[in-house]
Design a binder for this molecule. Structure first.
Ligand code: UDP
Length: 379
């Protein structure tokens, strides 16, 4: 087949690219231009505030519904279902679509592909090990295939999903393109944790250890729906209904003194890149099995080594002693943080330029699209 038309389902949560936080959306924003450069026609299913160029768009909500994620699960599930329903309806009207690439929810593709001939590739973006029962009846509807964003994520996925797996593709960032050629700013004296503030990401451990090792730490990212410290303060106790805010108040804030440890809210664009590029290390004090680690890949591309607990995808992304250090407990983490300065920013950038470019990811996805189109029945 010469020209492929792919429906890229980015979901209803955030615009693509996102303005600040947004792992899935950043990765789609990196991938789509490279797919189009390869002659793939992309129909982007997204929200009205997305600005990413594509051949065609299916718009479900006017704006992103990320705040719905913070609400009771049934509200968030309702938003996803409403989005999927509209995308499925539009799919019936577009017989030119060859392949659906879904990034939303693994049951969604079964709905999406019903009544159309298009096979679906669903990219897993979450760690699903704790939810096997949710997927026990999953048979892919005969046309749904699954890929992971790391080998460890796939290995932990419920067996019913693994049965339909076509392998894994590491996350990509445009920052990796020519990362080894870019001039890097001098390092400052801070380390950074970049990501949503959440018990899973473990910011409390980094904040506590900052006092032990005497290192400056900047925490960047939203806390639930709050992007700026002043908004969180203004919301008072009402914000405590949000689990991420409770985690922040109870477990992280006691270590935040505004000097050694600071929370700067969500950072975006050049400000984010500068914060990360000038950091001595990006920390991953994980409390879960990180499935893909967009922030880790970005950190390497910006020449900043990764210090983390040996969990999830980190052992696959990091070359220990070269691009980062991995620890098994708090003592080891503190020691690794102290040693981070010995790692070479140039080695980190070189690794990212080789492994995490959108160009590499696009090649792998185009190969997967063709594979599920031509050999779908044998997979
Ligand atoms: N991010 C950002 N600004 C912030 C916090 C996060 O731009 O203040 C971005 C970060 O660069 C990454 C994404 O949000 O691209 C987070 O993705 P990741 O896969 O690390 O986390 P998750 O999707 O699990 O929340």
């Amino acid at each position: 087949m010469s020209t492929l038309t792919v429906l890229m389902n980015a979901g209803p949560w955030l615009p693509v690219p996102p303005n600040g936080y947004g792992g899935i959306e950043n990765v789609i924003a990196a991938l789509v231009p490279e797919l189009r450069r390869r002659g793939v026609r992309v129909v982007l299913a997204t929200v009205g505030t997305s600005t990413l160029a594509a051949e065609d768009r299916i718009v479900t909500f006017d704006d992103g519904q990320f705040a719905q994620l913070q609400r009771p699960y049934n509200r968030a599930a309702g938003v996803a279902a409403a989005h999927m329903h509209q995308v499925a309806r539009e799919l019936q009207r577009r017989p030119e679509i060859d392949v659906v690439h879904d990034n939303v929810e693994v049951w969604g593709p079964v709905v999406l592909s019903a009544g159309t001939g298009a096979p679906v590739l669903h990219t897993l973006h979450w760690d699903l090990a704790k939810h096997p029962a949710l997927y026990s009846g999953f048979d892919g509807g005969g046309r749904v295939f699954v890929n992971g964003v790391s080998a460890s994520q796939l290995a932990r996925a419920p067996a019913a999903l693994r049965a339909h797996s076509v392998g894994h593709v590491y996350l990509a960032t445009p920052l990796a393109t020519d990362a080894d050629q870019r001039v890097r700013p001098p390092k400052g004296d801070h380390s950074v944790v970049l990501g949503r503030i959440s018990a899973l990401k473990g910011q409390h451990l980094a904040a506590r250890l900052a006092h032990r090792v005497g290192r400056r730490l900047v925490l960047a990212g939203p806390i639930g729906p709050y992007h700026r410290p002043e908004d969180l303060v203004a919301s008072g106790d009402a914000a405590l209904s949000n689990p991420d805010v409770r985690y922040w108040r109870e477990s992280v804030e006691p270590f935040v003194d505004g000097e050694l440890v600071r929370w700067v809210g969500t950072v975006a664009g050049a400000e984010r890149d500068e914060l990360v590029a000038t950091a001595r290390a990006m920390l991953f004090p994980l409390r879960w099995e990180e499935p893909g680690g967009t922030a880790a890949v970005e950190s390497l591309a910006l020449g900043t080594p990764v210090i983390g607990l040996r969990r999830g995808c980190l052992p696959e992304l990091i070359e220990p002693g070269v691009t980062g250090l991995l620890a098994d407990d708090e003592d080891g983490f503190a020691e690794a943080w102290r040693l981070a300065d010995r790692l070479s920013p140039a080695d980190c950038a070189a690794s990212a330029a080789q492994r995490f470019t959108p160009s590499r990811a696009a090649d792998e996805y185009v190969a997967l699209y063709h594979r599920i189109l031509t050999r779908g029945a044998d997979l």
